[in-house]
Design a protein around this ligand. Structure first.
Ligand code: ATP
Length: 319
C-alpha cells in the first residue's frame, strides 16, 4: 500500500510509522482503520456456472459508511477479536480472523494481533460488511506485521477469502465481473447524497442466489449504458439505469423493501434500489435536505432500523 492509499484508510496511528525519535526507530504497534461499505448501482446475473457459482456484472460504489478496526500487535501468535455486536462470531468464522490467519500462515509470521471491531455497517445486508472488514484486516495486519504488501498482492490474497474482498481492497467506482473478482476501475460518480436504509430483516446471500432463476431473466440491467453514463459524469444517466436482478427474489419475500424504495422516490430520490442480495435499500439524491426528509419519514414509519445519509467515496481524491 502506498502512503496515499494508507492515509485514507487510517483514522489515527497511536505511534506513527516509521517513527524516528532521537535517532531510534520505533515500529508502529497500534493502528486504526476505516472499512467502508459498498452499494451496487447495478447488478446483473449473466448465468449460473456448472460449479453453482453465478457470473455477475455489477457496478460497485464505495460509500462513506464504515466499521472501525483497531489493531494491536501481539508478541504471541494469537488472534483475538472484540466487537460491539454480541451476535457476531469472534473466532475463526470471523472474516477478520481469517485475514490475519492467512497472512500468518502465508508469510510464517510468529506474532499475533488483537483487533477491536466496531461495527456500524448493517450485517447480512448486501453492503459487503464482512468483506470490507476482511480487506481492512489484510491492510492493517500486513502493515503491523511489517509485510507492507501492495494493493495487487492484498487483492490476490483477498480473493481466497471471498469474491468481494479484492473490490473492498480496491474501493471506489468499479465494474465487477466473473464471480465478483474481475475488476475494472471506473471514474468516480458525480457528487450526490446517498440514503441507506436497512429494514429489520436479515437476508442470506446464499438463499437469494439459490432461488434466482438465472436463465429465466428476461430484462437485463443496462450495465454498459451505466458505464457510459459514469464516464460522461451524468448522474441522471446513472440513476436512470439502476437495476438489480436479485430484487425479483428478495422483494416478494420482504415487501418492506418496495415500500422503502417508493418512500425514497416520493421524497425526491432520482432513483432507489436494493443493494446486493438485500435487504438494504439506497436512494440517490441531488439535494441533501431531501435525503434527510426521506430519512425522517422512514424512521417515523419504522420501515427501517438503520438509516444513514452518506456520501460516495471518491477514489481520485481518496476522500
Ligand atoms: P455481501 O454484501 O458481501 O453479501 P452481507 O452484507 O450480505 O455481505 P455480511 O455483513 O458480510 O453480509 O455478513 C454475512 C455473515 O458473515 C454474517 O451473518 C456473519 O455471521 C458473518 N461474518 C463473519 N465475519 C464478519 C464480519 N467481520 N462482519 C460481519 N459479518 C461477518
Amino acid at each position: 500500500m502506498d502512503k496515499k492509499d494508507m492515509e485514507c484508510y487510517t483514522v489515527y496511528c497511536i505511534q506513527n510509522d516509521p517513527l524516528w525519535v532521537k535517532g531510534r526507530f520505533y515500529r508502529m504497534e497500534t493502528l486504526q482503520l476505516k472499512a467502508y461499505a459498498k452499494i451496487n448501482l447495478g447488478l446483473d446475473v449473466v448465468r449460473r456456472r456448472e460449479d453453482g457459482y453465478h457470473e455477475v456484472r455489477m457496478i460497485m460504489q464505495t460509500v462513506k459508511l464504515f466499521d472501525k478496526l483497531t489493531f494491536r500487535l501481539l508478541e504471541e501468535r494469537e488472534i483475538r477479536i472484540k466487537t460491539n455486536l454480541g451476535f457476531l462470531p469472534v473466532d475463526k468464522n470471523n472474516l477478520v480472523y481469517k485475514a490475519v490467519k492467512l497472512l500468518q500462515d502465508t508469510y510464517g509470521i510468529e506474532k499475533g494481533m488483537e483487533i477491536d471491531l466496531f461495527k456500524c455497517i448493517p450485517v447480512a445486508a448486501g453492503m459487503a460488511g464482512g468483506s470490507t472488514d476482511c480487506a481492512a484486516a489484510l491492510v492493517g495486519a500486513s502493515r503491523l506485521f511489517g509485510l507492507d504488501l501492495n494493493k495487487k498482492e492484498l487483492m490476490e490474497l483477498g480473493v481466497k477469502l471471498g469474491a468481494d474482498v479484492p473490490y473492498c481492497v480496491l474501493r471506489g467506482t468499479a465494474l465487477s465481473e466473473g464471480i465478483g473478482e474481475v475488476l475494472t476501475p471506473l471514474p468516480p460518480i458525480p457528487d450526490c447524497h446517498i440514503l441507506i436504509a436497512k429494514p429489520a430483516v436479515s437476508v442470506s446471500t446464499k438463499f437469494v442466489y439459490e432461488h434466482l432463476d438465472a436463465e429465466g431473466i428476461k430484462a437485463h440491467p443496462d450495465i454498459d449504458g451505466m458505464i457510459a453514463a459514469i464516464k460522461e459524469g451524468s448522474l441522471r444517466g446513472i440513476t436512470d439505469r439502476m437495476e438489480n436482478v436479485l430484487e425479483t427474489v428478495t422483494i416478494p419475500k420482504y415487501p418492506v423493501i418496495a415500500e422503502i424504495k417508493s418512500c425514497m422516490k416520493k421524497q425526491g430520490a432520482l432513483n432507489a434500489l436494493m443493494s446486493g442480495s438485500g435487504p438494504t435499500v439506497f436512494g440517490i439524491f441531488e439535494r441533501e435536505e431531501d435525503a434527510y426528509t426521506a430519512k425522517r419519514l422512514i424512521q417515523e414509519r419504522k420501515l427501517a432500523n438503520q438509516v444513514y445519509v452518506v456520501l460516495p467515496f471518491n477514489q481520485k481524491t481518496n476522500r
